[in-house]
Design a protein around this ligand. Structure first.
Ligand SMILES: NC(=O)C1=CN([C@@H]2O[C@H](COP(=O)(O)OP(=O)(O)OC[C@H]3O[C@@H](n4cnc5c(N)ncnc54)[C@H](O)[C@@H]3O)[C@@H](O)[C@H]2O)[C@@H](O)CC1
Ligand SMILES: Nc1ncnc2c1ncn2[C@@H]1O[C@H](COP(=O)(O)OP(=O)(O)O)[C@@H](O)[C@H]1O
Ligand SMILES: [K+]
Length: 481
């Protein structure tokens, strides 16, 4: 599990650790780790040209101490002080005595740099980059240098990943102690490049976390597995209420995802039974009301329903877990969702989330974490917010509280019609197989993203291929590949 912690939690833990250590020890650990990564990226340190962008706080201090270490190894290191009145004094003294120089012109220094260290602002940052920093940041990004951000790309909000205005686009971010949420959530995640974590001795429990990303091992432990006692009913039956005369494909794709998700059987209820059976003869189909279709252990309702809300009341009234997606999100009665006793998983994309919240889509995209939490609170449900970084936040019971999940496996090729239908079928199948809503959503998103990457190999994918790739992704996770 990769767990990210809020700035408040990090600061409290750092204070406690600092009180037990000699003054400056923590910053030295951070700077040593940072210098090691810079040296690795440079290959040869001696003779390399390094430019430090130094802000007014401890983030700049880290950059200066790391710069001192590189200067002692023979690099030509130049510091661009963004505010010469306010700079980490002791760090600057150490830097100068190691042979570092202060630049007269930032732009000139940057023109010939091999590596730029972005120490403008870290977890103390508020808002996007200030105007004074913009010319050097632009010059750094235009240079051919590798850009390494200290703790966080400057201008990215550590707690949310929000970028208000401009921020540094790093090739690598060296973060200290623990991950910060802004490194895992877009848009911040994109600015961070590859993230390297440096251990500075901070110890924080998972319960204190703000956001977590499942890794292969976590997913492997959660995957449903049939045993000798299993039969198709014990493995769970997932019911799919999807599709319409106008959108039969949504039903086919939701069933395609559901068949790969670990349930023992898939029951389809709706007007697209013919299309579903001709593509997937293993599906049990019926055309009446969901309540009359026979037992299921979880329902998926919504993809491609158009304006037909007739099956939704049955589904929302069921005492089994329910996933609501796409048209179902628009058609479902919010009171019926809030009043449910069994787990509920809502899977909106940013546009659907915006409609549910009554805000603009851009607002959701800029603050995804806040949006997914707000929806989970408003609907007393688990919510999976799809998009470039998929987030899952828990409602009541399991997953309640602040600890949300972020998926790290996706690819932008998933932005293709119908791939969300595959995801809802897959997650619903995991619900039927017995996973809780938070686990079903995050395991489903993980497999879905991995499947897309596997089948894409960098080329466009179609939703059916994503469904077809799930078995391979499942196998990779099981075997730790
Ligand atoms: N606290 C600790 O124990 C440790 C802190 N470390 C470093 O210290 C950093 C935090 O240091 P600080 O608390 O001094 O905070 P920062 O250095 O992150 O930022 C604060 C300074 O930046 C300025 N600033 C704020 N927003 C800005 C913006 N949008 N644009 C430009 N300047 C802005 C503020 O005026 C202030 O002077 C961490 O990110 C990390 O790099 C590490 O050395 C590890 C140990
Ligand atoms: N830029 C992106 N990067 C990664 N994944 C994305 C991106 N855009 C969309 N996705 C994923 O693609 C899927 C699209 O789902 P959705 O928007 O519901 O499409 P549809 O309704 O056509 O099925 C979701 O799993 C979502 O997380
Ligand atoms: K920084």
């Amino acid at each position: 599990m990769r767990t990210a912690y809020s700035v408040d939690t990090v600061r409290t833990a750092e204070r406690a650790l600092m009180a037990r250590l000699p003054e400056g020890a923590l910053m030295q650990r951070a700077a040593a780790g940072l210098a090691v990564v810079c040296a690795e990226l440079l290959g040869k340190v001696y003779g390399a040209r390094v430019v430090l962008l130094v802000g007014s706080g401890d983030n700049g201090g880290d950059a200066l101490y790391a710069g001192a270490r590189l200067a002692r190894r023979g690099a030509g290191v130049t510091a661009v002080l963004l505010d010469s009145e306010r700079v980490h004094r002791v760090g600057l003294a150490a830097f100068l005595s190691a042979g570092g120089r202060v630049a007269e012109s930032g732009e000139r220094a940057l023109a010939g740099a091999d590596l730029v260290v972005d120490g403008i602002v870290g977890i103390g940052g508020r808002g996007g980059l200030r105007a004074a920093a913009l010319p050097v940041v632009r010059a750094a990004l235009e240079s051919r240098a590798v850009v390494v951000s200290v703790d966080l790309p400057s201008g990215v909000d550590a707690d949310t990943g929000q970028v208000a205005g401009e921020a540094v686009r790093a090739d690598v971010t060296v973060t200290f102690g623990v991950y910060k949420p802004g490194l895992l959530v877009d848009p911040g995640r994109e600015y961070a490049g590859a993230v390297r974590l440096v251990d500075i001795g901070l110890e924080l429990g998972r319960g204190e976390g703000d956001l977590e990303a499942l890794q292969h091992g976590d997913v492997a432990r959660l995957l449903p597995e049939p045993t000798g006692e299993s039969d198709k009913y014990r493995r769970g039956v997932v019911g799919i209420v999807a599709g319409s005369a106008r959108y039969p494909g949504a039903a086919v794709l939701a069933v395609a995802g559901a068949l790969r998700g670990g349930a023992g059987a898939v029951r389809y209820v709706g007007p697209a039974a013919g299309a579903v059976v001709s593509r997937f003869p293993e599906t049990l189909v019926s055309e009446g009301a969901p309540g009359k279709a026979g037992r299921v252990q979880a329902w998926v309702a919504g993809p491609g329903l158009g304006d037909d809300a007739s099956g939704l009341a049955d589904v929302l009234g069921a005492e089994v877990p329910v996933l609501i997606d796409a048209d179902g999100l628009r058609l479902a009665d919010p009171e019926a969702v809030r009043g449910r006793a069994a787990p509920t998983l809502l899977t909106p994309h940013a546009g659907e989330a915006a409609a549910l919240l009554g805000v603009a889509r851009e607002e959701v995209e800029a603050e995804r974490l806040a949006a997914v939490r707000e929806l989970a609170d408003r609907f007393s449900a688990t919510v999976l917010l799809k998009g470039s970084t998929t987030l899952v936040a828990g409602g009541r019971g399991e997953g309640a509280g602040r600890l949300a999940r972020v998926n790290s496996t996706g690819t932008a090729w998933l932005a293709t019609a119908g791939s969300g239908d595959v995801l809802s079928g897959l997650c619903g199948s995991l619900l039927a197989a017995g996973l809780g809503a938070l686990d079903a959503g995050s395991v489903g998103a993980y497999l879905h993203g991995l499947a897309a990457r596997r089948v894409s190999g960098g080329a466009p994918v179609v939703a059916q291929d994503v469904a077809g790739g799930i078995a391979g992704a499942w196998g990779d996770v099981r075997h730790g590949l």
